[in-house]
Design a protein around this ligand. Structure first.
Ligand code: AIR
Length: 381
């Protein structure tokens, strides 16, 4: 049992930095558990505000608003790695904040993130930090590459694939805000993620491996159980836990990885927050990643989550939403599949923006993937 002085009990009010879908699911879990949530997001239309006790629309660097926020909340968490680490640092001197600015700052900069992984002997892809366009000439490893902005990237924003060196000239006009990290694009069997929960000291547990597929660098589908050998899954869990132990910070983290072969798993990146692939934990595990975020934040005990069912999650991206909300699609969805629909209530449809997801649960994973593909074919643009 944890120390009682750091336990925040149901009835208390929690603060959430960021009001997207991840903050929305946190807020729903917290409310179910008897908490209230104040959501801070500069957009007054942020989805999590649908569930908030109170909302704050100030800019994240408005420190007067930070003082106001602190008067209302007993503990603070976050749902987006682009929340300024200066704000989190300011708050953590005055309140319980999990994760802290330490792991947030690390994950905010791909250069520091990769150096941290490499210093801790975590397997990762070849990479090189690059400060100016001319420095791309210094990269010694072969194409294909992925170029990523060192900061402010997510969901495929700030990422470019370079298949041949000549592609560099084509994307030159887009490469306005460096520095960048150049990674060698590895050939992998599949992508996976492991969600790890840590109390910041001795207690670290992880969810089982989730298999992910992406299109245009954006998550399209997540599958549990993964179609990966058990020894590879156990190896991936071990590596992900090692990353989070090295971070030495309390919170829910996601470690994204590539399975290169049955014996080689490479870490791609760390998110200091719940993850899109972990939406499926709401319906398929004894405890979700969002309830874990509430428990860690409030200093409550947590143990290994148990799987309850096989599951597939299909993201609904951008203009696919317009096709989904037609009578025929909705009817097919509920008539022909074991679907559960989640819509985030975002104010605007934008190309590839994450607007909702669909969960398919049942016994046979191949059947669930077929159901997800059937719906994808109906809604794709
Ligand atoms: N998010 C954070 N990192 C990656 C993702 N997908 C979630 C968070 C954030 C929201 O996406 O919940 O608030 C932002 O979505 P959008 O569509 O407004 O860019």
């Amino acid at each position: 049992m944890m120390k009682s002085h750091s336990t925040v009990l149901p009835g208390s009010t929690l603060g959430m930095l960021g009001g997207g879908q991840l903050g929305g699911f946190f807020t729903e879990a917290a409310i179910r558990m008897g908490y209230k949530v104040v959501v801070w997001d500069p957009s007054d239309k942020a989805p999590a505000k649908r569930f908030a006790e109170k909302s704050l629309n100030a800019d994240f660097l408005d420190f007067d608003s930070a003082d106001e926020f602190l008067k209302n909340v007993e503990a603070v968490s976050l749902e987006w790695e682009n929340v300024p680490s200066e704000l989190v640092h300011f708050l953590e001197n005055k309140s319980i904040v999990k994760p802290t600015s330490k792991s947030l700052a690390l994950a905010q900069n791909r250069i520091t993130e990769k150096a941290f992984l490499s210093n801790n002997n975590i397997p990762l892809t070849e990479y090189l930090p690059v400060n100016s366009f001319d420095e791309f000439a210094k990269v010694t490893f072969d194409t294909p590459w992925v170029i990523k902005t060192a900061t402010m990237g997510y969901d495929g924003h700030g990422q470019w694939n370079v298949n041949h060196l000549r592609d560099l000239q084509l994307i030159k006009p887009d490469l306005t805000t460096g520095p960048w990290v150049v990674e060698r694009r590895v050939k992998y069997l599949c992508e996976i993620s492991v969600i790890v929960v840590s109390d910041g000291s001795d207690n670290v547990v992880s969810f089982p491996v989730i298999e992910n597929s992406h299109s245009e660098n954006i998550l399209r589908m997540s599958v549990y159980p993964p179609r990966v050998p058990l020894k590879t899954q156990l190896n991936a869990k071990k590596i992900a836990e090692k990353v989070v132990v090295a971070l030495d910070d309390p919170g829910v983290f996601c470690v994204e990885m590539f399975v290169v072969d049955d014996d080689i798993v490479l870490v791609n990146e760390i998110a200091p927050r719940p993850h899109n692939s972990g939406h499926l934990t709401i319906d398929a595990f004894s405890v979700s990643q969002y309830e874990m975020q509430v428990r860690v934040l409030c200093g409550l005990p947590f143990s290994d989550p148990a799987p309850l069912t096989s599951v597939v999650m299909l993201n609904v991206l951008g203009f696919e939403m317009e096709n989904l909300v037609k009578f025929h699609s909705i009817n097919e969805l509920f008539d022909k599949t074991n679907a559960k629909l989640y819509m985030y209530g975002k104010d605007q449809i934008k190309h590839k923006r994450k607007l909702g997801h669909i969960i398919f649960t049942g016994k046979n994973i191949d059947d669930l993937i077929d159901q997800a593909n059937f719906i994808y074919d109906l809604i794709k643009v």
